[in-house]
Design a protein around this ligand. Structure first.
Ligand SMILES: [Zn+2]
Length: 134
């Protein structure tokens, strides 16, 4: 897509710190990393969100993310990894070319995702479960 920064990196029109590539997928370093090695794994095909990908494309994306995580453990000494996908502006998506963040974690790092948890009644939980099963 013409105005997509990730498409430009994929086509090498724009520079990126590429760390992995296969026939369907590219992984680059996030230029504003949460931790050293923070990577973004994306399909070469432009799609705004996971919902626009086929099941096979989703599998390819996460298989690549798994490989990137393996490299982080092997080559950076990562002790754990967070995988996350922000879908939609409300969820914090900034670049509308679907990408999976792969974030290397270390037991002494200062990264913190803890936020306050909601307490719902049993009735609210049953109602939500029923709605999501539909
Ligand atoms: Zn794109």
């Amino acid at each position: 897509m013409k105005d997509c920064v990730f498409c430009k990196i994929i086509s090498e029109e724009k520079q990126g710190y590429r760390i992995y590539e296969d026939s369907d997928t590219v992984a680059i370093l996030d230029i504003a990393p949460v931790n050293k090695g923070h990577a973004l794994v994306m399909p070469k095909k432009h799609a705004e969100s996971l919902s626009e990908l086929s099941e096979e494309e989703v599998r390819n994306l996460f298989a690549a993310a798994q490989k990137v995580a393996g490299s982080m453990k092997k080559n950076l000494g990562a002790e754990g990894v967070n995988y996350f996908v922000n879908e939609g502006k409300a969820a914090g998506q900034l670049v509308f070319h679907v990408h999976c963040h792969v974030l290397p974690r270390f037991s002494n790092d200062d990264v913190n995702f803890h936020t306050a948890r909601k307490k719902l009644s049993g009735e609210e939980m049953r109602e939500i479960a029923e709605r999501l099963r539909k």
